[in-house]
Design a binder for this molecule. Sequence first.
Ligand SMILES: *Cc1c(COP(=O)(O)O)cnc(C)c1O
Length: 409
Amino acid sequence: MIKVNENFLRLQAGYLFPEIGRRRRAFAAANPDAKIISMGIGDVTQPLAPAVVEAMKRAVEQMGRPDGVHGYDDGGVGYEFLRRAIAENDFASRGIQIDIDEIFISDGAKCDTGNIQELFGLDNVVAVSDPVYPVYVDTNVMAGRTGGAAGPGRYEGIVYMPCTEENGFVARPPARKVDLIYLCFPNNPTGAVATKDQLTRWVDYARSNRAIILYDAAYEAFISDPEIPHSIYEIEGAKEVAIEFRSFSKTAGFTGVRCAFAVVPGDLKAYKKHGAAVDVRPLWSRRHCTKFNGVSYVTQRGAEAVYSPEGKEQVRRTIQIYMANAALIRETLGSLGYTVYGGVNAPYIWLKTPKGTGSWEFFDLLLNRAHVVCTPGAGFGSAGEGYVRLTAFGQPDSVKQALERFAKL
Ligand SMILES: *Cc1c(COP(=O)(O)O)cnc(C)c1O
C-alpha cells in the first residue's frame, strides 16, 4: 500500500488568491460593464529591458551555430560570467566580499527559499514574521517541521512574530530561542524595510544562539533610502549566520523568464546534535546539483545583461515607473485620509483599513464601489487583519484611474 506523506495533509487550503479570484469573477459576472482594475497582483507589467532582449537573442543565435552549443551548465550552479557579474555589481560595489563559489544561480527565489529548509533538521524551531510570504511556512509544513493548524493560516510549532504599527512592521528577535529565522526586506506584503541597527540585532541574535537567518532580498532594487542596507552582508558577522536570496523577477521583470540566486557563505555553519560544526555551503551545493540542472544559457546571458551599463539604466527606469506609481498611491491615499505604510523602498503599500474595517470587508467594499481589486492583509497572517496590500506594479494609467475611484468612495 502506498502511503501518502501526511505532512501535506496538514497544509491549510491555499485560500488567499483563489478566494480573491472567486470574488472577482462573481462581481464581474454580476456587473459585466464594470472595468475592474487590479492593484492586487505581485507581478510586473513593464516589458523586459532592451539590453536583456538583445543579449538573449545573441545567446540563442549562438546556440544555433555548431561552435556555440551550450549544454548543461557545469553542475548547475550557474555560469561563471553571471556569478562574477553578481559578485562585482551586487556585492563588491557595496564593499561586500562574496566569492563566486558562494553564489548559486537558480530559476527562482521561490524555489530557493522553499528548498533551503531541506538542509536543516526537523527539530529546529522556525520563526517567521506575521504577515508573511506563505512559501516559508508551507514548505516547513510539507517537510514535517510543524504540527497541525493553530488558527487560520497558522501552525503549531512555528514561532510567529507579529509585525505591527507599534514595531514599524519590523520584528525584533524573540525572547525565546529559535533556530531558523526567515526575514524579508524590503517586505512583501508590508513594504517595510529594516535599518542597519535592526538587522544588526538579528545578526547578533543569530550569532549568540547559533541560529541561521534566511534573508529574502527579492525587492532590494526598490530601496531608495541610502541608509537602508541592500544586503544582510552589510552587517558585520552576517556571513557566519545568514543565507541571502535574490531574484531578477522584480528587479528586472524576469517573473516569466526565471532567474535568481542564493548566496551561501563559506563561513556559514550548522551543527550536529552534540555541537560539532558543519559547513552549510557544500550541503547546498550538493542539494542544488542533485536536484537541479541549471538555468538556461540564454537566460543567464539575459541576466548578465542586467549588469551592463545600458541594462542598469533601463532597469533603473522601469523601477522608477513602479516607484512613481507607489508615490502617487501613497500621496493620494494619504491626502484622502487613509493611513498608509510602505511604498517608499518597496513596490507595496500597506493600507490600514478605515475605522477597523476587516480586510475582507474592505476588499469587498473596494471591489463593489470602486471596481478595484486589492489583497486582504489577513491572507498573509493574522497580524495582517485590518490592512490590505496594494501593489505599484500596475500600468501608470490604471493606477491613476484606480486612485480617482478611491477619491469617490
Ligand atoms: C516575488 C517574490 C520572490 C521572487 O520569486 P521568484 O521565484 O524569484 O520569481 C521572492 N520572495 C518574495 C517575498 C517575493 O514576493
